[in-house]
Design a protein around this ligand. Sequence first.
Ligand SMILES: Nc1ncnc2c1ncn2[C@@H]1O[C@H](COP(=O)(O)OP(=O)(O)OP(=O)(O)O)[C@@H](O)[C@H]1O
Ligand SMILES: [Mg+2]
Length: 292
Amino acid sequence: MTRLLICGSAVTDLIFEVPDFPTKPEKYTAEAARIVGGGCAGNASVAAARLGADVTLVARVARDLIGDMTLADLTAERVDTAHVLRSDHGQSAYSAIHITPDGERMITAFRGRGLAETADVSQLSADAVLVDTRWPAAAETVLARAATLGVPGVLDAEAPVADALAFAASHVAFSAQGLRAYAGVRDLRAALATVAARLPGWVCVTDGAAGVTVAGNPPQHFPAFPADVVDTLGAGDVWHGAFALALAEGRGEDGAIRFASAAAALKCQRPGGRLGAPDRAETDAFLQRMTR
Ligand SMILES: Nc1ncnc2c1ncn2[C@@H]1O[C@H](COP(=O)(O)OP(=O)(O)OP(=O)(O)O)[C@@H](O)[C@H]1O
Ligand SMILES: [Mg+2]
């Protein structure tokens, strides 16, 4: 089985489906509600596990109710949480998310408090690693481990992106917002060229329904697959988990982008954040249908 080491944020999301976003200090009623696991690294771990990877997650929670829920959910999805660090006196991270019928979302995130500062990954190995930007000290250690092992080190580059991570990763996949903020340039193509000229590794940007562009001369564009969108929550994280898995399996970057875009498009067609992440069979079948 292909092994992935994923590091970063694992949280619990409280999701409320509302007719309109709250705007005043009043009571609002949700038409439906769910508690689901979230966080970039947590979502990517679940997505990759459903796609067939053997996933070890390095993350941090507290010994509290939210921490219990976060871990239980990951374990149920077959993610190895033995390296998730639990602090005795901190508070785990969680978010309140409002979703309207058109799939738009509004997120209020509490990032947690008093959580572990560093992680020891010197004994862990993998066929690829993926890190997000929410725990930079650990992400740096994990990317260094990837370099030692000689395997791909993927950065899910959401703002704020630290130089130490962008320079240590072999593959940097920016979100549109992350790229604009890191480059300090509004135009996405110009931002991509600016950043790629500085960074040593492979660089791309994901831009929702507008697809993915890989830096180069000329840049290469990969359209997103068509989707009847009901919920884009976690789509980017599913994309990154699938991308890292495909690289770990030895696919080239182009094939990895197509595989990841297929998994993310399938996720967009289903509600519930990462609960909508697809399995391997449906992703392969979708990809075959789309590229026939
Ligand atoms: N509406 C959509 N239709 C089809 N594919 C989508 C859609 N939204 C996202 N995707 C796929 O998922 C990939 C990543 O999405 P996106 O760029 O929105 O990630 P993000 O900005 O990191 O967002 P987040 O992490 O908050 O989900 C896109 O490149 C695309 O392939
Ligand atoms: Mg993202």
